[in-house]
Design a protein around this ligand. Structure first.
Ligand SMILES: Cc1cc2nc3c(=O)[nH]c(=O)nc-3n(C[C@H](O)[C@H](O)[C@H](O)COP(=O)(O)OP(=O)(O)OC[C@H]3O[C@@H](n4cnc5c(N)ncnc54)[C@H](O)[C@@H]3O)c2cc1C
Length: 467
């Protein structure tokens, strides 16, 4: 049985960053993922916002981590060569209840150390975003809010972890966890590993993974959500918009994504089938969008998707049975049931923003427990797949001369070349969705109608060792 210092369970954005951060220490690390690819869970369906930190309770770990993470995001995205847009956000109010909320957020943000927040007038907000419904009473302007592609960030962190020596095993759902002396024994469908530290980042299943060895302390009760995406040709707002309606929880969030499309959502509803879309949710979003951005052409909608919110609750033993206490967890839910076992159970927003912070926190805890030394050879840089469409002409020409596949465009909507798709497959994409997540091919107006078969053919060639 192979032994590792640390085993990370789950390769969503949090597991990938935990694995990457462990590589900053002299520790042997294994990352186990149940699915055939990384970042296919909550990480692929969220709002993609890098929050500045005014939403969190002062003094909480969430508040501290969010403010630090937001400041570090340009450096992180530069290291990992992931596109990042610091577009700023406007939280908009149209009445006294909303104005009060904005005032509270301003005070909270300042207490948390978000120094560049400004409360601006409706007229100023309309000047910044001319497409907004008139009659804004006030707006909270946060220049530091940004957006990133969540799955590209997670994939980049995973590639960087592997480059720094972390082993990755896909199609390896953890089915049992035991103890042998001080070590943990982690079992997948076909193999067994021993390790001194387990870091459980199994997303929606993190509670079940912990319960393979420990009694339930936190359990996830998921909710559903819907999103819709408008084509990049729609005249989109320049800032991320949050509509603070007079009726709490009924407002829209609009995100001009790094790809140039406009993301609207999420709706709020009970969960039916994980990641399925509900038409009612989409209709709600369209109605909210019509209220906030009346000129938006909803015929430009190209896609919708469903998401799952992992609402964690504390459990307690009553009359011999574990029951939910009804108490939601305000801060990031971290559990350490025994020395060497660390769980993130049901990390909600802003988990994406804080992925690196959470990873570094967990790795530091593991390093302290194992008395590990820093790894002087750790290299934080990861090279992205070349993107000819984003290059100046001379660089594009040189790239195509060196590798002609970068000159043949297969995805016409998003301008993605054969070379990018081939590289994505070589880096681990196992299906059309994996290629889409790595290159953007199929994300555009025709939703892969024209390139899907060509990508499938390349995947088939790779499976036969021809790529
Ligand atoms: C609707 C919504 C919107 C959000 N919006 C934002 C936002 O705008 N900004 C922000 O900062 N945060 C946001 N978040 C939070 C953020 O998206 C999450 O915190 C983050 O994506 C969680 O990642 P994860 O790695 O925990 O989970 P996942 O991405 O789900 O990864 C868990 C992985 O574990 C694997 N796994 C499960 N069981 C096993 C097993 N037994 N063995 C091996 N592997 C297993 C799964 O296959 C999966 O790949 C949002 C969350 C939601 C739900």
């Amino acid at each position: 049985m192979k032994h590792y210092d640390a085993v990370v369970i789950g390769a969503g954005v949090l597991g990938c960053f935990a694995a990457r951060s462990l590589c900053r220490w002299k520790l042997s690390t294994l990352l186990l993922e149940g699915a055939g690819d990384v970042c296919t869970g909550i990480t692929r369906a969220n709002t993609a916002i890098i929050y500045p930190g005014y939403d969190n309770r002062p003094g909480s770990r969430k508040a501290r981590m969010t403010v630090r993470a937001n400041a570090a995001f340009p450096r992180l995205c530069e290291e990992l060569e992931v596109p990042y847009k610091r577009c700023g956000s406007l939280m908009l109010s149209y009445g006294p209840a909303g104005d009060r909320v904005l005032g509270q957020k301003l005070a909270q943000g300042r207490e948390n150390g978000v120094s560049d927040l400004q409360l601006i007038s409706g007229q100023q907000a309309e000047e910044l975003e001319p497409g907004l419904k008139k009659g804004i009473s006030s707006a909270l302007y946060a220049p530091g809010t940004g957006t990133v592609n969540p799955w590209q960030l997670g994939i980049a962190a995973c590639e960087n972890a592997v480059k720094n020596g972390c082993e990755l095993r896909l199609n390896s759902p953890v089915t049992a966890i035991g103890r042998q002396g001080k070590d943990y024994i982690v079992e997948t469908a076909g193999e067994c590993f021993s390790c001194a530290v387990v870091i459980n980042c199994a997303g929606l299943s993190a509670d079940k993974v912990q319960e393979l060895l420990f009694p339930p302390r936190i359990r996830i009760f998921p909710d559903g959500a819907d999103y819709l995406v408008l084509d990049k040709n729609v005249p989109a707002p320049r800032h991320i918009l949050f509509h603070e309606t007079e009726e709490k929880g009924k407002g829209l969030t609009a995100v001009p994504t790094v790809e140039g499309s406009l993301l609207l959502g999420p709706s709020r509803r009970p969960l039916t089938e994980p990641y399925a879309v509900e038409q009612k949710g989409i209709e709600e979003l369209k109605a909210q969008a019509a209220k906030l951005l009346p000129g938006l052409n909803m015929d430009m909608m190209i896609r919708s998707f469903g998401a799952v919110r992992p609402k964690p609750q504390m459990m307690e033993l009553r009359a011999g049975e574990y029951v939910p206490t009804g108490r939601d967890l305000g801060d990031f839910p971290m559990d350490r049931p025994e020395p060497g076992f660390f769980s993130l159970i049901g990390v909600k927003t802003p988990g994406l923003t804080c992925a690196e912070e959470l990873g570094q926190y967990l790795a530091a805890q593991a390093a302290e427990y194992l008395d590990a030394e820093p790894n002087p050879d750790f290299d934080p840089r990861r090279a992205a797949i070349p993107r000819p469409a984003a290059l100046p002409f001379a660089e594009r020409k040189a790239l195509v001369e060196a590798e002609p596949n970068y000159g043949e465009v297969l995805c016409l909507c998003e301008d993605v070349s054969r070379g990018e798709i081939m590289e994505a497959i070589r880096r681990g994409a196992v299906d059309v969705e994996g290629v889409k997540r790595r290159t953007g091919a199929g994300l555009g107006r025709c939703q892969g109608g024209r390139c899907r078969l060509l990508i499938e053919a390349l995947l088939e060639e790779y499976r036969h060792g021809k790529l």
